[in-house]
Design a protein around this ligand. Structure first.
Ligand SMILES: C[S@@+](CC[C@H](N)C(=O)[O-])C[C@H]1O[C@@H](n2cnc3c(N)ncnc32)[C@H](O)[C@@H]1O
Length: 208
């Protein structure tokens, strides 16, 4: 297990699962679409695709993707978040683990898509980001997709300042053998414009 604490744990003390779930329940009750990430991924996939929800948290995205017919494995290092996922979807696969050491979880590779939604990349432990991207790339099948959503300014992050630039992120992806396929400004597919505060990126593991 990684000895460096991730930024999410620094922020929450690892006790935020129930509060996080309540926040999204309130948003849903007030009419907000809380399933943008799942709909975005579903549109990229064939039916019954195999998905890794990396930093799945309370499972809000993986549970929706399973409702849409996909086979999801959720991995997270925060036990309070996973406890909510396990309670809400006990038959789904939820694994406790550090994305920087994904290879220690014994996952069968060949995922069609790995998702890191909800600012997972900016919230990783400092310095572990390239290793996490490598680990995610390694479990994708050729042609498989890495889908990420991340804030690039304080307005779009639960942090006082950005921790990752797109230039760095694309570099880590390139080093892991991934190619940028598309980039958007939102999960609804609004066009990406350089300088934007939020980026949804689709990288692909090329076929041989
Ligand atoms: C803001 S939450 C997003 C949760 C979920 N993806 C969503 O969109 O609702 C960020 C999650 O990333 C997880 N995380 C951060 N670093 C991690 C790591 N190294 N390994 C596994 N999970 C990690 C945190 O524990 C937390 O649950």
């Amino acid at each position: 297990m990684n000895s460096r604490r991730d930024r999410w744990a620094e922020l929450t003390g690892g006790q935020n699962g129930e509060a996080y779930a309540r926040r999204f329940a309130r948003l849903a009750e007030s009419g907000h679409d809380v399933h943008g990430e799942a709909a975005f991924c579903d549109a990229l996939l064939s039916p019954a695709a195999r998905i890794l929800d990396a930093g799945c948290g309370t499972g809000r995205v993986a549970i929706r993707l399973a409702e849409l017919g996909h086979r999801c494995t959720g991995v997270d290092v925060d036990r309070s978040m996973l406890a909510v996922a396990r309670r809400d979807a006990p038959t789904q696969e939820w694994l406790h683990g550090d994305l920087a050491h994904l290879d220690g979880l014994g996952l069968e590779p060949g995922f069609d898509l790995a998702l890191a939604a909800g600012n997972v990349v900016p919230l990783l432990a400092p310095g572990t980001e390239p290793a996490v991207v490598r680990q995610l790339a390694a479990v994708l099948r050729p042609g498989g997709l890495l889908v990420t959503g991340m804030g690039l300014d304080a307005e779009h992050l639960p942090l006082p300042e950005p921790t990752v630039t797109l230039r760095e992120f694309d570099q880590w992806c390139a080093e892991a053998g991934l190619t940028l396929r598309q980039r958007y400004a939102t999960w609804s597919g609004d066009p990406w414009r350089p300088g934007g505060g939020y980026a949804v990126s689709v990288h692909v593991r090329p076929t041989a």
